[in-house]
Design a protein around this ligand. Structure first.
Ligand code: C2E
Ligand code: MG
Ligand code: MG
Length: 465
């Protein structure tokens, strides 16, 4: 329907590329030249910074946004509807009856809605001073009616609009506008979700669909726990295992955690996932301790995400897993990463409660975050796991060697055990020994094994290191 206008738009001058400022006046330049163009929003800099933070390029043609626009078009019976974001120019994230994705601000119908940050409803554009001279009213496609509601962020800044356009004069009722406002809130919710997912490295993934499938997988018992040995170098024997989750997907095969844990982490699914892993690992290790005399003091380390720590039932879940399996608390280590600890003061009480019960805490992937040392100061941990990134670089005389040596020394000074992760060859093992770290884990000793495979490994008897 806007086809002809698009041609006219081109004829009026080149349609600038998204974000290319050169073809536009500077944001605070000249007062608006024509009444059809509202001035910029009073907090335009903040507003634009907010727009940029939404990474809207990932949201173009998003199916949920498109469904909202289709609903507006059908319910209000308008030939043109859109969800637009106003940057330097106007971008359609979803649209009905509009052939273009980007539109110069000068041709936008939505500048007043963005400026006013409240609904703008015009029953007849020719009778409204703000719209009467608009090129899309004077010329094709002769827009006659407009209703726009702002997409408001939590801090009240308008990102853009949800808008409906007709080529006949018509009224929009208060109910129509209320409906549009509700749908605009839903659209902003979708944008928030996309931004959140992008932040978790999940841009472009069908997080909702994958999450629903994972939920079913958890309920249907498709999760598996694999176990990787942790060796005590001082005593030259097996000390414990790290429990590592896998998903036995009926169509896709055995999936590593990287394929599904991030999806579980952006939803609360990781709480259910973590509960399964914790229960299964405690039961399994308690069974091995009973069945194999040389493994009667075997310990188990379980990875815990930040969302689990802030779950009000987390401490009870851990206590149930221990009670249900008969595993002593001192045989369980919870592995936390820095990201799991960003809950700060909120997670201190639960960690203290568990530690008081005798459960051990480890700081995982040590050295990969920004402030490993600060976390070591603020959180009482029993163990530090040096990230395998450092292990790979060991022995090359690189700064990594110095940092690793310092980290091991520091952890020992603080009374923590040290596990070096990712030991793949003998040379690395020699370096680890020289650093004085007592525990090591890595492919040199064993890859993670299924429970059945690990049972066979234990049955072979003590493995000398
Ligand atoms: P992580 O806790 O640091 O676990 C160690 C990872 O390094 C495991 O990968 C392990 O297979 C791998 N690895 C061990 N030794 C070597 C080695 O010598 N060389 C190399 N290249 N890799 C080695 P995996 O099993 O893919 O797990 C990846 C991450 O997923 C884990 O890192 C952990 O952060 C997370 N994860 C695993 N299970 C769970 C779980 O039950 N819950 C949560 N929230 N996260 C989990
Ligand atoms: Mg770990
Ligand atoms: Mg690790």
């Amino acid at each position: 329907m806007f086809q002809e206008f698009a041609v006219r738009g081109d004829a009026a001058g080149p349609v600038p590329i998204a974000g290319e400022p050169a073809t536009h006046p500077a944001p605070h330049a000249a007062p608006h030249a024509a009444p059809h163009l509202a001035p910029l929003h009073p907090q335009e800099d903040d507003r634009r910074a907010s727009v940029l933070s939404y990474r809207v390029e990932d949201a173009v043609d998003d199916p949920s946004l498109q469904a909202l626009v289709t609903a507006v078009s059908r319910v209000l019976d308008v030939p043109v509807a859109g969800i637009v974001v106003m940057g330097l120019e106007q971008h359609y994230l979803a649209r009905v009856g509009v052939p273009v994705v980007n539109l110069p601000r000068e041709l936008s119908l939505c500048t007043h809605t963005v400026h006013d940050a409240r609904p703008v409803v015009v029953a007849d554009t020719r009778a409204d001073a703000r719209f009467a001279t608009h090129p899309l009213v004077v010329g094709e496609p002769q827009v006659r009616a407009y209703a726009g509601v702002p997409l408001l962020t939590r801090d009240g800044l308008p990102l853009g609009t949800l808008c409906a356009v007709d080529v006949r004069p018509r009224d929009f009722t208060a109910e129509d506008v209320a409906l549009m406002q509700q749908l605009a809130r839903a659209a902003t919710g979708v944008l928030e979700l996309l931004r959140h997912n992008a932040g978790a490295g999940l841009a472009g993934r069908d997080v909702l669909g994958e999450g629903l499938r994972l939920r079913r997988g958890i309920d249907d018992g498709e999760l598996r726990v694999h176990y990787q040995p942790v060796l005590d170098l001082q005593r030259g024997r097996l000390a414990g295992v790290e429990a590592l989750v896998r998903w036995q997907h009926p169509e896709r095969g055995l999936l590593p955690p990287a394929a599904f844990v991030p999806v579980a982490e952006v939803s609360n699914l990781v709480v259910a996932l973590g509960r399964e892993v914790l229960g299964a690992a405690c039961r399994q290790v308690a069974r091995w301790r009973r069945a194999h005399p040389h493994a009667s003091d075997l310990t188990v380390a379980v990875n815990v995400s930040g969302r689990q720590l802030v779950d009000p039932d987390f401490a009870a879940t851990v206590e149930e897993a221990l009670a249900g399996s008969g595993l002593p608390p001192s045989a369980l280590t919870l592995e936390l990463t820095e990201t799991a600890l960003v809950g700060g003061d909120r997670v201190q009480p639960v960690l203290q409660r568990l530690r008081a019960r005798g459960v051990r805490l480890a700081l995982d992937d040590f050295g990969t975050g920004y402030s490993s040392l600060a976390y070591l100061r603020d959180f009482p941990v029993d163990e530090v796991k040096i990230d395998r990134g450092f292990t790979t670089a060991l022995g090359g005389g690189s700064p990594s060697d110095v940092i690793t040596a310092a980290a091991v020394g520091l952890a020992h000074e603080l009374g923590c055990d040290v596990v070096v992760e990712g030991v793949e060859d003998r040379l690395q093992l020699e370096h680890v020994r020289r650093l004085g770290a007592r525990y090591a884990q890595g492919y040199l000793f064993s890859r993670p094994r299924s429970a059945e495979d690990f049972t066979r490994y234990l049955a072979e008897g003590p493995q000398p290191v």
